[in-house]
Write a protein that binds this ligand. Structure first.
Ligand SMILES: Cc1cc2nc3c(=O)[nH]c(=O)nc-3n(C[C@H](O)[C@H](O)[C@H](O)COP(=O)(O)O)c2cc1C
Length: 187
């Protein structure tokens, strides 16, 4: 595997991925690229291999724009209407072992699973030359109704995809010394 992709290339990919909030509205995303980024999400790990996800790819203009409008609020996501593709990530039932383990350990593993799948998806998008942004702020009820997701299921995350219309930014992150300790916690 190491000869297929160098560690350096991987870290470059991680550094290059950013939340893109401006898209080239004249440039469609090739369906085969969408297929491949979804394949990356499909291969991502999940608690007990429960794979508690369903991905709804929205490309139809009117529906996509209606969904994008339902993401606007608190000064967020006005730009989302430009994105030519939206991927809605629906939380599906997981394996009983994951649910039971979560009950015992006071955790809800599917939320973690969906985040990991979204990370795979956005990194794959970067590898395909596509911009992406994870979106967690939207009218979940309204959007679920628009695409026929049953009331009792959750839709925690949406990912935008498209050709980015802005340059790369430098990452703003805490320093490694602020977030990592060895063998002991300290804040
Ligand atoms: C769970 C989650 C929800 C997010 N929701 C939004 C959102 O609603 N709108 C938005 O513009 N960005 C959203 N983001 C993107 C973050 O703001 C972004 O990842 C963070 O600022 C770091 O910047 P970068 O992705 O460019 O490295 C979200 C990211 C995550 C992981």
């Amino acid at each position: 595997m190491a000869d297929m992709m160098s560690a350096e290339a991987f870290y470059q990919l991680v550094t290059a991925r950013q939340s893109d909030r401006a898209y080239d509205t004249d440039r469609a995303v090739e369906p085969e690229k969408v297929q491949r980024v979804l394949e990356a999400a499909r291969l991502s790990p999940s608690a007990c291999n429960g794979q508690p996800w369903h991905f709804i790819v929205v490309t139809e203009t009117k529906l996509r724009e209606d969904i994008a409008r339902s993401m606007v609020g608190l000064g967020l996501n006005k730009w989302a209407i430009q994105a030519p593709v939206l991927v809605l990530i629906v939380e599906e039932a997981t394996k009983t072992t994951s649910l039971l383990g979560g009950l015992v350990k006071h955790n809800h593993y599917p939320h973690i699973d969906l985040g990991i799948a979204a990370a795979h998806l956005t990194l794959a998008a970067e590898a395909e030359g596509l911009g992406s942004c994870m979106i967690g702020y939207f009218d979940e009820k309204k959007i679920k109704r628009m695409v026929g997701v049953p009331h009792h299921k959750r839709l925690p995350l949406i990912v935008t995809l498209g050709y980015a219309a802005k340059e790369k930014r430098l990452k703003k992150r805490k320093g490694i010394g602020e977030i990592v300790t060895y063998n002991k916690y300290s804040d």
